[in-house]
Every structure is written in structure tokens, then in C-alpha cells.
Design a protein around this ligand. Structure first.
Ligand SMILES: C[S@@+](CC[C@H](N)C(=O)[O-])C[C@H]1O[C@@H](n2cnc3c(N)ncnc32)[C@H](O)[C@@H]1O
Length: 316
């Protein structure tokens, strides 16, 4: 999948167009978005099936202030990229052209993280100050209190490269991880900390787990790729035994995204934001007590802390 995406991005199959594409990208990097859009317009006229060029054209047009033109480019991209690798549907939803999907398309997430796997930790941890696993470990330690900080069966939803298991080790006996991106799973496997790893969607994974089989379920910086969390909450409640803990982080969004009082929304950064009331309502509906729900930022974006929440729920 990643190789497919790389190939589409890197080449139109025509060396002259490829050079012009590189020129357009350089213009965009310099902030000359209208100039980039002009060059890309000419490229798609000659290579009308090159998805990467339509994607770059949509981005350049939007940044140049031409939202309508951007929507046309993303619509064409959606037709060409049936697998959804470029996330055209998310862009169209963000522009208000189509309804917001309930979750990011699987192929988009898989492509994104397969490409990202090799530099994930360096970029996310070192450059964006990612601290989700450390914050969740600290939250769990406080939530567990005198009850002890040791877990029998831990499930890591969207485990990525395994940072969460590393942060929690040695406080669990058995860990299972699931992630959509095979190359992230490959990195997680190398930690040697997971007894079981599966490549796939986290909701499907939960559906296959036995009732009451886990005492800890974690999702660190994963719900940013899901809008509706209804099924994840109800399945996690089923999979956790009584007294089990469900710990996760969410993004709450800033002025650029309008999250309803009791819901979720897709932000400009193509990540989903969730409201505190939505989490409280789902927790109540699915039989969880809220042990801890507090403001926390797990990562920076464009030099600013991304506002969010860290939450620990107890299966009543
Ligand atoms: C920002 S990374 C966080 C990884 C890890 N939890 C950590 O804290 O380092 C988000 C991860 O969630 C995975 N992911 C997103 N949506 C998913 C889904 N529906 N099912 C399984 N994994 C998913 C991505 O592939 C990616 O590896």
C-alpha cells in the first residue's frame, strides 16, 4: 500500500511532468500557492489521471484562497483514488462539500502510517513533543491508587510502534495490540512486549475479543482518526471485566473546528475532535464511571500545544 502511494506520488510516468511537479511543490513550500496551482493546472491537463497532482492542486488552490477550485480538484481525486489513499473524502468534508464521515477511511490511515512508520518516533516524539503514553501511564497510576498498578490483560488499540507498551512495562502480564498499519505493527513486534499483535481495525478486533477478558484497554492518540466512538465504548465495556480500566486521549479542537456541545467534528488538520460532554454521555450509557477526565495536550502542532483530554474510565 505504502509503496503504491509512494509510486503515485513520485511519478506520473513522464519525466518532464515529474520535473514540473517538483517545481510546483517547491513553489508551494515557498508559500507561492497561486503559482504552484498554475503549474499543477497545466500538469493535470496533460496527466489527467495522476492522483498525486490532483491532490497537490487541491491543496494549492485552497491555500491560494480558491475553495471552490480546491473542491473540484478533491472531487476529481476522489474519483481517481477509489481506495481513498489521499483522503479526498476528508478534504471534501472539511470544505463542507460532503457530509463528515464517521471515521477516517482505513486505506488513508494505513497509507499515512505505513509511510510514517520509519520516522514516526523521531518525528512525533522528538519534534512534536508527543507524550501521550507518559500522560496515560501517569493518569492510570493515579486512577489505580491503592488498588495497585499491575494489569493482567492489556489491550492497546492503535498500538502504533508500541510506545504505550514500553511506557507501561513491566506493569502488565500480557499485552495485545492492534493497528491498521502493517509497518507500525512490524515496529511494535520488535519491542518484544506484545504477546499478540493483529493488523486491522480496532473495532473489528474488539468484536472478536471474549467478554470480560481484559482489565485494561488503552487508546493513545488514536481517536483522532475516529469520529463516532459509540461502538468502541460499547465493545470496550463488554471486553473489560468489572473493575477494568479504559484509558485514552482525545483532541478537543481549537477555534478552527466547531465541535457541538455533545458530539465530535473533523478539524482542519483532518483529525477528529471530541467534546467532553460526548465522552461523559457515552461513559454513562455504556456503564463506565469516570475516574479521571482532565485537560491535557499530548502533542504540539505548528509550535502550539494541541488542546485535548486524558480520560480514565472504570467498568462499574
Ligand atoms: C498517532 S498514532 C499513535 C500510536 C500509539 N498509540 C502511540 O501512542 O504511539 C495513531 C495510530 O492509530 C492507528 N489507527 C488509527 N485508526 C485506527 C483504527 N481504526 N484501527 C486500528 N488502528 C488505527 C494508526 O495506524 C496509528 O498507528
Amino acid at each position: 500500500m505504502a509503496a503504491n502511494l509512494e509510486a503515485q506520488i513520485q511519478s506520473s510516468g513522464n519525466i518532464v511532468l515529474d520535473r514540473r511537479y517538483a517545481w510546483a511543490k517547491a513553489e508551494a513550500e515557498d508559500g507561492a500557492h497561486a503559482a504552484a496551482a498554475d503549474i499543477l493546472d497545466q500538469i493535470v491537463a496533460e496527466a489527467p489521471r495522476w492522483a498525486a497532482a490532483w491532490f497537490a492542486l487541491g491543496v494549492a488552490r485552497e491555500k491560494a484562497g480558491d475553495k471552490q477550485g480546491a473542491a473540484v480538484a478533491f472531487q476529481r481525486l476522489a474519483e481517481l483514488d477509489a481506495e481513498g489513499l489521499f483522503g479526498a473524502l476528508l478534504h471534501l468534508a472539511r470544505l463542507g462539500v460532503t457530509a463528515t464521515p464517521e471515521r477516517a477511511p482505513e486505506s488513508y490511515v494505513r497509507g499515512l502510517f505505513d509511510q510514517y512508520a520509519a520516522r514516526f518516533e523521531m518525528h512525533l516524539v522528538d519534534e512534536l513533543g508527543y507524550c501521550g503514553p507518559a500522560l496515560l501511564r501517569d493518569a492510570l497510576r493515579r486512577a489505580a491508587g491503592d488498588g495497585g498498578f499491575q494489569f493482567r490483560n492489556f489491550i492497546d488499540l492503535g498500538c502504533g510502534t508500541g510506545l504505550m507498551a514500553r511506557a507501561l512495562s513491566p506493569h502488565f502480564d500480557h499485552a495485545a495490540g492492534v493497528d491498521l498499519a502493517p509497518l507500525m505493527i512490524g515496529k511494535a513486534r520488535k519491542t518484544g512486549l506484545y504477546a499478540r499483535l493483529e493488523t486491522g481495525d480496532l473495532a473489528a478486533f474488539l468484536r472478536n475479543e471474549s467478554t470480560g477478558s481484559a482489565d485494561l484497554v488503552i487508546a493513545a492518540d488514536v481517536f483522532i482518526y475516529l469520529g463516532s466512538l459509540d461502538e468502541v465504548f460499547s465493545e470496550t465495556a463488554r471486553v473489560l471485566g468489572q473493575g477494568g480500566l479504559f484509558a485514552f486521549s482525545v483532541q478537543t479542537g481549537d477555534d478552527s473546528v466547531s465541535v457541538s456541545e455533545d458530539g465530535w467534528a473533523l478539524g482542519k488538520d483532518l483529525r477528529y475532535a471530541h467534546s467532553e460532554n460526548y465522552l461523559r454521555r457515552l461513559a454513562a450509557q455504556t456503564g463506565f464511571d469516570i475516574v479521571l477526565l482532565e485537560a491535557a495536550s499530548v502533542r504540539r502542532d505548528a509550535g502550539r500545544d494541541v488542546p485535548g483530554l486524558v480520560c480514565v474510565l472504570l467498568k462499574a
